[in-house]
Ligand binder design. Structure first.
Ligand SMILES: NC(=O)C1=CN([C@@H]2O[C@H](COP(=O)(O)OP(=O)(O)OC[C@H]3O[C@@H](n4cnc5c(N)ncnc54)[C@H](O)[C@@H]3O)[C@@H](O)[C@H]2O)C=CC1
Ligand SMILES: O=C1O[C@@H]([C@H](O)CO)[C@H](O)[C@H]1O
Length: 308
């Protein structure tokens, strides 16, 4: 079986930290070209733009997008128009409308598309989903708190319109919640705390619910430089389920549970490979809808300026 010939656009932090190692560890893929505006990727052909890669580069079957969300829509659309399968980092685009247009275009083009909600592939998620399936939910508490200076050093885009600010990591929690919880979630209220030199929030408090009146509260904090916290606690009639470390750790009533040994991005690329084999798409818009609604109804509080 010939490997899937892969191009990658945006050789930045996550591409270097996670995508390229996961690609190179999966024999079903061969990374053959990169288009980026920063440092080049070793051992493959590098191009300054997707257009140059498509026009002058080696043939590719699929393209992984690791650029910032702003401007990503035009790039992914260009790849779809060229008949390429696409894997798109989260958030899929800068707006919900753009993401909806990509879903339609991927289906019309008959190619495979994956919105890479990587946190859904964390080791504890499927065991958590199985446990919850037969339980009676009472409340959900989400705490997603990390240091932007560690995870996005010098990345001005994250504070600009379309960059999402603290919802850039926070959307990972929402992607887990929408994957675990059985009913469709909606935002009831939100408070967004925006540095007065930024366009997007550095912290947010969100109240959500579902048609069953489930009480869901989320606290997001991007300026949390110590004891980072990525936890989801789900209280049920039958007990308390808790995911920690972004879903890598699972406990039920305080007792640690066995989880998968597969890493998030290894699972993302295994899933992408399966979608290509099945000529299918997995382009869920629910996490991005919750972010959009948080911005719609969120009250804004200006806070002190943010400096990297
Ligand atoms: N930083 C992190 O820890 C994580 C980031 N992500 C997501 O990955 C995406 C990228 O984030 P980072 O890697 O941190 O950002 P980054 O700023 O480190 O990398 C972005 C890369 O895209 C390139 N680029 C921008 N526009 C381009 C264009 N038109 N054509 C070609 N290359 C272009 C830049 O040169 C840069 O190398 C974001 O959507 C983010 O939410 C996902 C998981 C973790
Ligand atoms: O997707 C993302 O994950 C975090 C960080 O890498 C781990 O939580 C980052 O802020 C965000 O882009």
């Amino acid at each position: 079986m010939q490997p899937i010939r892969l191009g990658l656009v945006g050789y930045g932090k996550i591409a270097q930290d996670q995508h390229v190692p996961a690609i190179r560890a999966n024999p079903a893929f061969e990374l053959v070209a990169v288009a980026t505006q920063g440092q080049p990727c070793a051992a493959v052909e590098n191009f300054e733009s997707l257009g140059a890669l498509l026009e002058k580069g080696p043939r590719v079957d699929a393209i992984a997008f690791c650029t910032p969300p702003q401007g990503r829509f035009a790039l992914v659309r260009q790849a779809l128009e060229a008949g390429k399968h696409v894997l798109v980092e989260k958030p899929p685009c800068a707006t919900l409308g753009e993401a909806m247009a990509l879903v339609d275009q991927a289906h019309a083009a008959g190619v495979s598309g994956l919105f890479a909600w990587h946190s859904r592939y964390a080791p504890g998620i499927e065991a958590a989903r199985d446990w919850l399936a037969s339980r009676t939910l009472q409340s959900v508490r989400i705490d997603w708190k990390e240091d932007v200076r560690k995870w996005h050093p010098g990345q001005a885009w994250i504070w600009q319109p379309g960059g999402l600010g603290v919802f850039d990591p926070g959307i990972n929690a929402l992607s887990i919640a929408t994957h675990l919880l059985p009913l469709s979630l909606f935002v009831e209220s939100a408070e967004l705390r925006v540095p007065d030199n930024c366009q997007s929030p550095i912290a947010a408090s969100i109240k959500m619910s579902d048609p069953g009146h489930l009480d869901i509260r989320a606290e997001f904090d991007f300026d949390h430089g110590h004891d980072e916290l990525w936890s989801i606690e789900i209280r049920c009639t039958e007990g308390v389920l808790r995911l920690d470390n972004g879903g890598a750790l699972l406990s039920i009533d305080g007792v640690r549970q066995a989880v998968s040994e597969e890493g998030e991005y290894a699972a993302v690329y295994r899933h992408f490979q399966q979608l290509i084999n099945d000529k299918a798409c997995d382009m869920d818009l629910q996490p991005l809808r919750l972010v959009a609604d948080s911005f719609f109804v969120g009250s804004r509080t200006l806070v002190e300026p943010f400096y990297d």
